[in-house]
Design a protein around this ligand. Structure first.
Ligand code: BGC
Length: 753
């Protein structure tokens, strides 16, 4: 008998139920009698918010290293880097004696307004899932458990506790769940956290389809699922659904509810889905208790020493690998020793992270001004006040400081209160005083570089790519996102060419809010939010509609220059292997992110017309070096959710494979021949198909007509507009449905794949 089965056999029902909720805000319940230890946890995801017992205060945790937030980390497109960051956080967790870190988050950025976007990676599920897996693998390399969150479809903060996310099965599978599915393909987190919201009418915390059928049944997940803090409604239904742990504990209230359900008594909350009987069996409790025991014994937590101070340097390196150079007219890199004006209160009061449960109290924070001053002669002016966003009185002094300098560095962005868990932004603008400041500074000094600190896209009227702005445009724009405690140093390193920018956007920057795909349906009416854009999330939408973004997904400049050549594609295990040669033809060493996209090469109704990212790899190339990169696009890369099949299937046909401006076409075999003609095709659609000639003749004969050379155009009364099944019913053709289907099969008789 295993240790866990042996323990279970000695436990009372009360003791088992006791395992299924926290003993306080941050700890699971242990048992002295049975020798079961407790596991302590802390947020996550870009550093630790280790609090004292039962304390919720956001800014009162023990210090720990504040690393770049997920929205910046994702721009590295480097899963190994994510692993490094995860490992460092895992080590700090061990130093605190924690057993579980509450992160990373793999929710998709559906709208640029989501208040918590800085905690999430991308609008693209493959990139999001792989980056999350990197962090998970890093955390768990230290023995602590990672907790992947918030499962699922938690894409807004307004109304997050109760909103019902109405989303099509296809969008769920290809976008929202796919991000988690990829994370689980590339890592094995020991814990997951369910979200607060409802998904198509059922709360995540009591959603058996989500937590058991899909997560465990289809994906084979073996860890525990815990609730988000306070996400539980019907606890008994939660146990039935597969929610193992309620966090925090409920002061015993829900233990009693579970025990009532086991005794066959009525619980306070009625079932919210018809297949939950309202009662529980002891076996159902055992399933959750067993998973909890495995989690408790698998989460290492004996404190280990950690030189957390060394992590400051790592945080700086990571940030520099991620920040995205959006525009550069050649002003960057700046020369060391140049005279520069550094403008913006954020140069001395840096914004390094967002608000809410992920808030870390850092050991030390680098100020961009101090770090820039290590490379240049730097004069400072505030230019704007973070506390008074409308106050333009500081601009004049900043303009004076900027005048005549070799270059100006403006540190701009969103004030702290604009981005937080708990609420969404209402617009994409940075404060008016900052926009005005930037305009005026550019007016006196054309060598103005704008560094943007924000966890998500903002409207950039000063960017040269901005359509419809004023005349004054910045010479260069660096998207620094929220870069953690050492972001100041990373900014300086990149601006002065000590490091070469190599991040690329993991999300689309819209020109204006109304261009964003979720715009008409975000954040919903307070009760329901309709995911009307379906699978057209992020860049998929811009590609499909032709709307030009301010900066596209995957965009990012380097001081080096890369050339792609010799793209080849070949069939491999039902998928495709793509090889391309990448050369660094620039003047310095650099890193390039090879991105491979596919699209269907036809105009079949319902075809995937837009491109989708299917593989990527970041490579380092020395000046003059070149390398051939080979990436595999497995069968899944070509599959899409098929509602009829209830699974992912590959549509056969030609696909365009594109990378770095090169493209090739390749045929991919489908899972099944695509039936060209079905019962629901109309007679008109048979014209021109040589296989259908005889069939058409038969049909026409029934109506005493000849077959015309061309299909009918606007004559709806004509039999040629019939759907084929109507021939049997209203057409009285004298065939059974079976006979009709046989004839259709003959027409389809060749392999359309
Ligand atoms: C957040 C979670 C977090 C938890 C504990 C919740 O409000 O949604 O992400 O882990 O609080 O702080």
């Amino acid at each position: 008998m295993s240790k866990i089965s042996e323990l279970l056999s000695r436990m009372t029902a009360e003791e088992k139920v006791g395992l299924l909720s926290g003993s306080d805000f941050w700890t699971t319940r242990g048992s002295e009698r049975l020798g079961i230890p407790a596991v302590s946890m802390a947020d996550g995801p870009h550093g630790l918010r280790k609090q004292k017992k039962n304390e919720l205060g956001i800014n009162r945790s023990h210090p720990s290293t504040c690393f770049p937030t997920a929205s910046l980390l994702a721009c590295s497109w480097d899963t190994k880097l994510a692993e490094k960051q995860g490992a460092a956080i895992g080590m700090e967790a061990r130093a605190f004696g924690l057993g579980c870190v509450l992160g990373p988050g793999a929710n998709i950025k559906r709208s640029p307004l989501c208040g918590r976007n800085f905690e999430y990676f991308s609008e693209e599920p493959l990139l999001s899932g792989k980056m999350a897996a990197g962090v998970i693998n890093g955390l768990q390399s230290q023995g602590v458990s990672a907790c992947l969150k918030h499962f699922a479809v938690n894409n807004q903060e307004d109304y997050r506790f109760w909103v019902d996310a109405r989303v099509s099965e296809r969008a769920l599978r290809e976008i929202y769940l796919a991000s988690f599915e990829y994370a689980l393909t590339y890592s094995k987190p020991k814990a997951m956290m369910c979200s607060y919201n409802k998904i198509n009418g059922v709360y995540a915390s009591e959603n058996r389809r989500l937590l058991t059928d899909i997560l465990r049944g289809e994906w084979g997940y073996e860890g525990i699922v815990m609730s988000d803090w306070g996400a539980v409604n019907n606890r008994a239904q939660g146990v039935w659904a597969g929610l193992d742990l309620e966090m925090p504990g409920s002061y015993g209230v829900n233990d009693a509810e579970i025990l009532k359900a086991v005794k066959g008594e009525k619980t306070y909350f009625a079932p919210t889905v018809p297949d939950f009987p309202g009662t529980l069996t002891v076996e159902e409790i055992d399933v959750c208790a067993e998973r909890m025991l495995r989690f408790v014994f698998d989460s290492k937590r004996a404190p280990v020493p950690c030189d957390c101070k060394a992590h400051h340097a790592l945080a700086r390196d990571v940030a520099a690998e991620c920040m995205v150079l959006l525009e550069n007219n050649g002003v960057l890199p700046l020369k060391k020793g140049a005279s520069v004006a550094v403008i913006g209160e954020m140069a001395v009061k840096p914004r390094i992270q967002g608000g809410g449960s992920s808030r870390v109290v850092p050991y030390e924070t680098d100020k961009p001004l101090d770090k820039i001053a290590e490379y240049a002669e730097a004069a400072y002016a505030a230019g704007y006040s973070l506390d008074r966003p409308g106050d333009v009185s500081l601009i004049a002094e900043a303009v004076e400081a900027a005048d005549g300098k070799d270059a100006v560095i403006i540190i701009a962005g969103l004030p702290d209160g604009d981005e937080s868990e708990g609420y969404d932004r209402k617009h994409l603008d940075i404060p008016y005083a900052q926009t005005k400041l930037i305009d005026e500074i550019i007016g006196v000094n054309p060598n103005t570089v704008v560094v943007v600190c924000a966890g998500a896209p903002v409207r950039m009227t000063f960017a040269r790519a901005f359509d419809g702005g004023g005349n004054n445009r910045a010479a260069a724009v660096l998207m620094a996102y929220l870069g953690g405690e050492a972001a100041g140093g990373a900014i300086a390193d990149l601006l002065f060419g000590v490091k070469n920018p190599c991040g690329k956007l993991a999300e689309t920057f819209p020109m204006r809010l109304s261009d964003a795909p979720s715009y008409p349906n975000f954040p919903g009416d307070g009760k329901t939010v309709n995911y009307g854009e379906g699978i057209l999330v992020g860049y998929r939408w811009y590609a499909e509609t032709g709307i030009a973004p301010l900066f596209p997904f995957g965009h990012g400049l380097s001081y080096a220059e890369f050339e792609y050549s010799g793209l080849t594609v070949a069939e491999k295990d039902g998928g495709v292997e793509a090889s391309v040669k990448v050369a660094n033809v620039g003047d310095c060493d650099g890193k390039e992110i090879v991105q491979v996209y596919i699209a269907e090469n036809n105009a079949r109704p319902g075809a995937r017309r837009h491109e989708e990212l299917k593989a990527f790899e970041k490579i380092a190339l020395k000046k003059g070096e070149s390398r051939t990169v080979t990436l595999t696009l497995d069968r899944r890369a070509f599959a899409r959710w098929d509602d009829n099949a209830g699974g992912f299937t590959v549509t056969g046909g030609e696909y365009v494979v594109r990378t770095g401006g090169l493209s090739r076409v390749i045929a991919v075999k489908g899972d099944k021949p695509n039936p060209k003609v079905t019962m629901y095709s109309d007679v008109n659609s048979l014209f021109g198909d040589p296989n259908a000639k005889e069939f058409l003749k038969e049909i026409a004969a029934r109506f005493g007509e000849e077959i015309p050379d061309v299909p009918a155009e606007n004559d709806c009364s004509d039999f040629r507009w019939y759907m084929l099944r109507n021939l049997v019913t209203m057409g009285g053709i004298g065939w059974t449905f079976e006979e009709l289907q046989e004839k259709i099969d003959k027409v389809n008789g060749f392999d359309y794949s």
